[in-house]
Design a protein around this ligand. Structure first.
Ligand code: GLV
Ligand code: MN
Ligand code: MN
Ligand code: MN
Length: 399
């Protein structure tokens, strides 16, 4: 299967034809279809499939001499955000299979294993914590907490894993597997407008996190309840959204409220509660922390006159990630010099970098849009990405 054939096979999976957006949430039917596709591609190439305890999948090309350690791992993820683009995640996985094919066509014999990874729940779109699979693998989240994470229907991660045939009690750091990974190189579509050439190398991921605001008031009738009698959680929620924007502007960060849950959600009922999720990111830790703290203060101040309570909880936080300098330089040399750029997007590579030397390749995104259907990459740039990844794997897995 060529790059184009693999891409065409995945393209319809989980796509909403009305909007062009993808809905591939961990262990839902479209994501399971992507997983089946991954396993087929691995088997088609006689790669050795490995499932870790955390729902991550690996396809290994082992050297003939049986070497298992010091592997070069590449890949990405197959899940999506709600209504996401086609490239975020799958481009890295498809490119990895295509790069392995190119190496084989050239008769390349790796001195170290080359692995292709598909990490579980990278977007956190189902259970709320981004990069859940790589966090569990690398020990960046308490397994007990992960087991208790619930999706929008109240199904826990433990329940969903069990139903997928995995043992939720076995999740957590896999030191044996981590110990076999020498380097991880993730190829990904660039998610903004920063990359002007077909391929670039990532320098860093900015600090970022997710916070949950719960506003609790009192449900009541939209017609009969006097304004002065209301405890309407929607009002401080609205103030909080505006405050987040203003705090981000003051602190040189970015802040987004992209998800909100209104209970009970009736047109003719004052809400009893509103939950809203704040995503905040910035160039430095203190800019992000100040943005969140100032938004929290504004939310509480706005809630008081309406007799609404506010709970603010951090759901996840990732400190700045500076990718491994030696590996970055090595990629740059293997590619003959390409742009080096930081990103505001999170990745499994950022999580794994705490445990394994890690680097990333970016492929240009002419729309500059991501996490939305307009996310794009030109076919020629995708092939340039495959070529670059091939050169990197060749360099890293050679004798
Ligand atoms: C994941 O793609 C993120 O950056 O939120
Ligand atoms: Mn994403
Ligand atoms: Mn991604
Ligand atoms: Mn991501």
């Amino acid at each position: 299967m060529s790059f184009e054939e693999m891409w065409a096979a995945l393209l319809p999976v989980g796509r909403d034809d009305a909007t062009g957006g993808y809905h591939r949430f961990a262990w839902t039917p479209p994501e399971l279809e992507c997983r089946a596709w991954f396993l087929d591609e691995a088997r088609r190439r006689d790669l050795t499939v490995e499932h870790d305890p955390n729902g991550n999948m690996f396809a290994w090309w082992y050297p003939a001499d049986g070497t298992r350690g010091d592997a070069v791992l590449t890949g990405s993820h197959l899940d999506s955000v709600p209504g996401g683009g086609a490239f975020d995640g799958p481009l890295g996985v498809v490119s990895a299979f295509a790069a392995v094919d190119r190496l084989r066509e050239r008769g390349f014999a790796p001195a170290r294993p080359i692995g292709i990874a598909a990490f579980a729940e990278e977007e956190g779109a189902r259970f709320g914590v981004a990069c859940l699979g790589s966090r569990l693998l690398s020990g960046a989240i308490d397994p007990a907490r992960a087991r208790g994470l619930a999706d929008a229907d109240g199904h826990t991660f433990a329940e969903v894993m069990h139903n997928a045939g995995l043992d939720p009690e076995a999740i957590g750091p896999d030191e044996g597997l981590l110990g076999r990974i020498g380097q991880y190189v993730e190829l990904h579509v660039e998610q903004g407008r920063a990359l002007r050439e077909p391929v670039g190398v990532a320098s860093a991921i900015v600090p970022h996190g997710r916070w949950r605001f719960d506003f609790t008031g009192e449900g009541n009738h939209a017609g009969t309840t006097l304004l002065g009698d209301r405890r309407d959680p929607m009002l401080p929620f609205a103030a909080m959204v505006l405050a987040a924007r203003e705090a981000a502007e003051r602190n040189g960060s970015v802040a987004t409220v992209g998800k909100v849950r209104v209970v009970p959600g009736g047109v003719n009922a004052i809400a009893s509660s509103v939950s809203a999720w704040l995503d905040a990111r910035g160039p430095a830790d203190d800019a992000v922390r100040r943005t969140v703290a100032e938004t929290g203060e504004a939310a509480r101040a706005a809630a008081r006159p309406h007799r609404v309570s506010v709970d603010l909880a951090e759901e996840s936080y990732t400190e700045i990630v500076d990718f491994n300098l030696a590996l970055r330089d090595r990629l740059g040399k293997a590619l003959g010099g390409v742009p080096v750029l930081p990103t505001g997007a999170g990745h499994d590579a950022g999580i794994l970098s705490a445990r394994v030397p890690t680097a990333m390749l970016f492929v240009r995104n002419p729309s500059g849009v991501s996490h939305a259907p307009a996310e794009s990459a030109e076919p020629a740039d995708c092939l340039a990405g495959v070529e670059a990844l091939t050169a990197v794997l060749d360099d890293l897995a050679r004798g």
